[in-house]
Design a protein around this ligand. Structure first.
Ligand code: SF4
Length: 497
């Protein structure tokens, strides 16, 4: 196990993409020989150790460089339960050292041209440029109280290349008029409901269209997942197109897991040209949840925070990541996922803060079955003074059976109180599947009652997991019908000849 990284070395080191000089290879060997045993260094060539409490984040199986995913727990990584979540460890140590403020800076994805190469030369060059003697005096003896500034001067250019220029500041959107109905209703202060529809498993869109028509009057927007559980289905943008054609407003979900930085930028231009105006960035479930044979599990090209940062700059600054100008920049309302029950509420709140700084305008949370415990997370967010910069929609799934309830306890980032599990088991034992289903609806309505009107909560995000027929009842009985609700015309009865 590496000396300073409390995980274990698992993934192999990176090698340079192109042939290198003997001198560079020698330097890389020296760097790896020292940093490998100490930090479990993988030679990513884009070192962030100074920001991450000297624990290497490249041990994260997803390669996340901006904080823990929604499946992180204090005990282990959900992708590989034999080791700790390295991001939990980074947060824990940073809070202990009082350096948690550093974790707010939006860090770039890997520059693969540097991957496998050594990083010390860059540091030495920067030190030389700023005067070796002065730098050492400032760092070693804190001359004129300049230690922190000098330290930052040396490492900032290493971790924040010209093409990224990330920071720890909030950037308000560069537009004021809402670009979507979802944004308009949230800004108007209404309690807004969105609903998720699972994309079809085949090319048939009959059920998809029926579901869109069924839920459309009851919700403001419809989310389409992007290969949830890393399992292929119809793409989110294709479903979004069907929603637009059927008069509904889509929320396009994009998972970092299946994207490169090039495909992300290209797809967002295509989707917005097609009429999509809400985009939700997620890191995406690990392929460990997918059926075999599994895809690559050890690295993503970007994480969700980097996606948000790239998309916000495309929209507001009118630039691609490589700096080229976009003549007609895309328009969209930008969202992110939030996870009230993963790792520690304090840690998650920091990560949500970073998402808001990167450009997230609304959150749709993971499932909430314990509104009281959710409040701890909400309070942590409130302490960060960001509640006025973000709209929060709480995720809810009506439980359909006792079996489903037990299954949900295994889903990363989901917490179901024992009392709810007992209620579902008891209903099933007493009245069978129908009674359990009814109990699930009652539980959902009780949760809605508790979160409705709570300060800092702006709406609901229903994830019916294939049970779309329940959405009209939940919204009607929950007393959260849209302001402009018009009851759908009753279906014409078939007249027999
Ligand atoms: S739980 Fe998530 S963030 Fe933590 S190490 Fe595993 S994949 Fe990375």
């Amino acid at each position: 196990m590496p000396g300073f990284t409390p995980g274990r070395r698992w993934q192999p080191r990176f090698y340079p993409f192109k042939r290198e000089t003997f001198g560079n290879r020698a330097l890389e060997t020296i760097e790896f020989t020292i940093k490998g045993p100490l930090w479990g260094c993988r030679m990513c060539g884009n070192c962030l150790l100074q920001e991450t409490a000297f624990i290497c984040p490249m041990e994260c199986p997803k390669g996340l460089r901006n904080g823990p995913c929604g499946g992180s727990t204090p005990e282990y990584c959900y992708v590989d339960e034999t080791r700790p979540c390295i991001w939990y460890k980074i947060y824990e140590r940073s809070f202990r050292m009082g350096t948690q403020g550093k974790l707010l800076e939006v860090l770039p994805p890997l520059d693969w041209e540097k991957t496998g190469g050594e990083t010390w030369k860059d540091v030495v060059d920067t030190i030389r440029k700023n005067g070796t003697g002065k730098v050492f005096k400032n760092v070693l003896f804190n001359q004129d109280g300049q230690r922190a500034t000098t330290w930052n001067l040396i490492f900032r250019s290493v971790r924040q290349p010209e093409w990224w220029q990330g920071d720890d500041q909030y950037h308000s959107p560069a537009y004021s008029e809402p670009v979507s109905n979802l944004e308009k209703h949230l800004k108007a202060g209404e309690f807004v409901v969105a609903c998720e529809i699972a994309p079809p498993l085949s090319m048939s869109t009959k059920k998809l269209t029926e579901n869109i028509q069924l839920v459309k009057p009851y919700v403001t927007a419809i989310n389409f997942t992007d290969n949830a559980s890393a399992t292929p289905r119809m793409t989110s943008w294709a479903c979004s197109k069907f929603a637009i054609e059927n008069g509904a407003e889509p929320v396009l979900q994009i998972a970092a897991r299946d994207r490169t930085r090039a495909s992300l930028q290209g797809e967002i231009l295509g989707a917005t040209a097609m009429g999509v105006r809400n985009v939700l960035c997620v890191t995406g479930d690990s392929p460990i949840l997918a059926p075999s044979p599994r895809g690559r599990m050890d690295i993503n090209d970007m994480d969700s925070i980097q996606m948000i940062w790239i998309l916000r700059r495309m929209r507001d600054d009118g630039h691609y990541l490589d700096g080229r100008e976009i003549k007609f920049p895309p328009k969209f309302f930008l969202g992110a996922a939030a996870s009230p029950f993963a790792s520690d509420p304090k840690f998650q709140a920091l990560r949500e803060h970073k998402k808001v700084n990167a450009g997230a305008q609304f959150f749709q949370t993971n499932l909430v079955y314990d509104p009281d415990r959710m409040e701890i997370w909400l309070n942590e967010i409130a302490k960060r003074n960001i509640l006025d910069k973000i709209f929060i929609m709480i995720g809810i799934t009506p439980l359909k059976s006792a079996k489903m309830t037990h299954y949900m306890t295994q889903v990363p980032g989901v917490y179901i109180p024992v009392a709810i599990i007992h209620r579902m088991d008891a209903a099933d034992a007493k009245g069978g599947p129908k009674a359990a289903q009814e109990e699930g609806v009652l539980i959902a309505l009780e949760i809605i009652e508790k979160i409705k009107g709570k300060q800092g909560i702006h709406g609901l995000h229903i994830m019916p997991v294939g049970w779309e027929e329940i959405v009209p009842r939940i919204v009607t009985e929950g007393g959260i019908l849209p302001k402009d609700f018009t009851a759908p015309a009753p279906k014409a009865e078939k007249i027999s000849a």
